[in-house]
Ligand binder design. Structure first.
Ligand SMILES: [Zn+2]
Length: 107
């Protein structure tokens, strides 16, 4: 795969994600429901697939990243795993936090 094709794929992926975020925050309720029912499961599937690749082993090391030359100097687990964990579980400043906390306490 050439660099050009790859960067094009990368750009369209980011554009797709940006569209999802924009629709979720500015779309009407029907759009939001559609997003939650159709797009959210796909995004969750992607996150889970990525996390599967980066789940720490019994020593807390990432099986995917440890093959790289810099892996010995990295704190474990890897940044991909930590980043996803922080993004999804740590409350930020956005106005939906109350709602998300509620969702988590229910689920
Ligand atoms: Zn990793």
């Amino acid at each position: 795969m050439s660099v050009t094709v790859f960067s094009q794929l990368d750009r369209s992926l980011h554009e797709h994600l940006a569209t999802l975020v924009r629709l979720a925050s500015t779309g009407d309720d029907e759009t939001a429901v559609d997003l939650a029912r159709c797009e959210l499961p796909r995004v969750v599937a992607v996150v889970k697939a990525l996390l599967d690749e980066h789940t720490p082993d019994e020593h807390g090391r990432c099986p995917t990243c440890r093959t790289r030359w810099w892996s010995r100097r990295l704190p474990a687990p890897c940044r991909a795993y930590l980043g996803a964990q922080l993004c999804l579980t740590v409350a930020g400043d956005d106005p939906y936090d109350e709602h998300r906390r509620h969702l988590r306490s229910v689920g």
